[in-house]
Design a protein around this ligand. Structure first.
Ligand code: UD1
Length: 417
C-alpha cells in the first residue's frame, strides 16, 4: 500500500491550479444514466472515486470514453443492466447516486446498500423515502435495494434532515417523473447547483437549486449536452489551510472564492491575508496563526469536509479553540493521529478542544478517511522532521495529483510504493 513521506518545515509558496470537484463530478456522471445520448464533460478530476463510478456505470452498459485534460464522454444508449453490485458500492458510498437515475430511466434498479462507513452510520433512508413518495416500490433484500416504478410520479418531499446526495438522487429521479416534484429542506451545496445546471443543459426543468426548496417539472426525455464541472471547493480549502499552517504565500487558480465564504472568513480570523480575484485566491499566512473555533453545518455554513484540516491548523496556532462536528457522529479519528505528532487535543463527544503547541514532531501516522488524511498531510508539512502517512489510498480518492501539486509549491513530499 502506498505511503506518503513528508519532510516538514518548508513554507508552501507559489501557484497551483485547483481540479474539478469530486462531489460534483460523481453525481454528474450518474446524470448520464438519464438519457440515451452522449453527455460530454470537462474538468473531470482523475481520482479513484471517479474511476470507481466509471467502472460502476460501465458494467451497466454505458460507453465511457476518456479524453485528455479531464474530458469524458458518456453514452448510455446501450444501458441494459441497472444493477450496482456490492463489490463496487462498498468502496464508495456515493454509488447510491445511481439509484434515482436508474429507476427514472429503466423503471427498475438493484443497488447494493453502501454499508458502514468510517465516519458514521450514514443511512440512505431519506433517498428511499423520497423515491417511495414518488411511487416507487422498494424493498431491501440480501443487502440490496430493489426498486421498481413503471413511471415515477411527481411528489412533495420533505426530508428529515439536510442530505446532499439524497437531494441529488431525488432531483435526478424527478427530472423524468410525471408532473411536478418539490423537494423541501433540500441541501444548498454548490455541487447541487452544478448538477442542476448539467441536468438543465440536458433538457430538465428545475427551479430553486441552491435554495432549500427545489421544484422540478418532469419531462418525457432528456438529450445529450456539454458541461464543465465546477472547481473543487474542498481541495481549494485544503491547500489554503496547508499554506496557512506553513507560513506560506500561495495563489490558487481555476477556483472561486464565492464557493468558500465560511472557510475564507475563518482563515482571515486566524490572521491570513486573503485576496479574492475573479478566478483565483491569494493567501499570505502570518508568522503564527491565531486559533479559530468552527462548527460544522450544511452549506453555506462551515463544511464538515474542512473540519479535519482546521483541526490541523489549530494544532500549531496560538491559543485554544473548540471544533464542533454536527454532521457526522464519528469524524474525529484524525485527532488521535495528530496527537501522535505532539498535538494537544481533547475530545468530548462532538467537541474537540485544540490547544496550539509551538511545534509538532514528525512520526508515522495512519490515514483513516479522505479528509482525515488531508489533515495529516497539513500536520506533516508543519512538523519538524519526517512524517510517514500510511494508507494514503484514502487521499487518492479525493485529491488529484496531490504530491505533484505540493511539490510545485515547494513541499518535500515523496510517495513510497
Ligand atoms: C455528502 C458529501 C460528503 C460530505 C457530506 C456532508 C458527496 C459525494 N459526499 O455526503 O463529502 O461530507 O455530503 O456535507 O457529495 N443521513 C441520514 N439518512 C439519509 C441521508 C443522510 O440519516 O438518507 C444523515 C447522514 O448520516 C449524515 C447527514 O444526514 O449524518 C448528512 O449526510 P449527507 O448530506 O447525506 O452526506 P452525503 O450526501 O453522504
Amino acid at each position: 500500500m502506498d505511503k506518503l513521506l513528508i519532510e516538514g518545515g518548508a513554507p508552501l509558496v507559489g501557484e497551483v491550479a485547483v481540479s474539478g470537484a469530486k462531489n460534483a463530478a460523481l453525481p454528474i456522471i450518474c446524470a448520464s444514466l438519464l438519457c440515451g445520448d452522449t453527455l460530454n464533460l470537462t474538468n473531470i478530476p482523475q481520482l479513484n472515486d471517479v474511476a470507481t463510478m466509471l467502472r460502476l456505470i460501465g458494467q451497466m452498459g454505458v460507453a465511457v470514453t476518456m479524453g485528455d485534460n479531464g474530458m469524458l464522454a458518456l453514452d448510455s444508449g446501450k444501458l441494459d443492466n441497472p444493477v450496482a453490485p456490492y463489490e463496487l458500492v462498498k468502496t464508495m458510498r456515493a454509488s447510491i447516486l445511481v439509484l434515482g437515475p436508474l429507476l427514472a430511466r429503466c423503471g427498475e434498479a438493484k443497488v447494493s446498500l453502501p454499508g458502514g462507513c468510517a465516519i458514521g452510520a450514514r443511512p440512505v433512508d431519506q433517498h428511499i423515502k423520497g423515491l417511495q413518495a414518488m411511487g416507487a416500490e422498494i424493498r431491501v433484500e440480501g443487502g440490496y435495494v430493489l426498486a421498481r416504478a413503471p413511471r415515477l410520479k411527481g411528489a412533495r418531499i420533505v426530508t428529515d434532515m439536510v442530505t446532499v446526495t439524497g437531494t441529488e438522487n431525488l432531483m435526478m429521479a424527478a427530472v423524468l417523473a410525471e408532473g411536478e416534484t418539490v423537494i423541501e429542506n433540500a441541501a444548498r451545496e454548490p455541487e447541487i447547483v452544478d448538477l442542476a445546471n448539467c441536468l438543465t443543459a440536458m433538457g430538465a426543468r428545475i427551479a430553486g437549486a441552491g435554495s432549500d426548496r427545489i421544484s422540478i417539472q418532469g419531462v418525457e426525455r432528456l438529450h445529450g449536452a456539454d458541461h464543465a464541472v465546477m472547481p473543487d471547493r474542498i481541495e481549494t480549502g485544503t491547500y489554503l489551510c496547508a499554506a496557512a499552517a506553513t507560513r506560506g504565500d500561495v495563489v490558487l487558480t481555476r477556483t472561486s472564492a464565492a464557493l468558500l465564504d465560511a472557510v475564507i472568513g475563518k482563515l482571515r480570523e486566524a490572521g491570513c491575508a486573503i485576496e479574492c480575484r475573479p478566478d483565483s485566491i491569494a493567501l499570505k499566512a502570518p508568522r503564527r496563526l491565531k486559533s479559530v473555533g468552527v462548527r460544522t453545518a450544511p452549506y453555506p455554513a462551515f463544511p464538515t469536509d474542512m473540519q479535519a484540516q482546521f483541526m490541523a491548523i489549530n494544532c500549531v496556532a496560538e491559543g485554544a479553540a473548540v471544533i464542533r462536528e454536527t454532521i457526522f457522529e464519528n469524524r474525529f479519528m484524525h485527532a488521535v493521529e495528530l496527537i501522535r505528532l505532539g498535538a494537544d487535543i481533547r475530545i468530548d463527544a462532538s467537541n474537540a478542544v485544540v490547544t496550539g503547541v509551538p511545534a509538532l514532531d514528525g512520526a508515522t501516522v495512519m490515514a483513516t478517511d479522505l479528509r482525515a488524511s488531508a489533515s495529516l498531510v497539513i500536520a506533516g508539512l508543519v512538523a519538524r522532521g519526517e512524517t510517514l502517512i500510511e494508507r494514503i489510498y484514502h487521499l487518492d480518492r479525493g485529491y488529484e495529483h496531490i504530491e505533484e501539486k505540493l511539490r510545485r509549491l515547494g513541499a518535500n513530499v515523496r510517495r513510497l510504493r
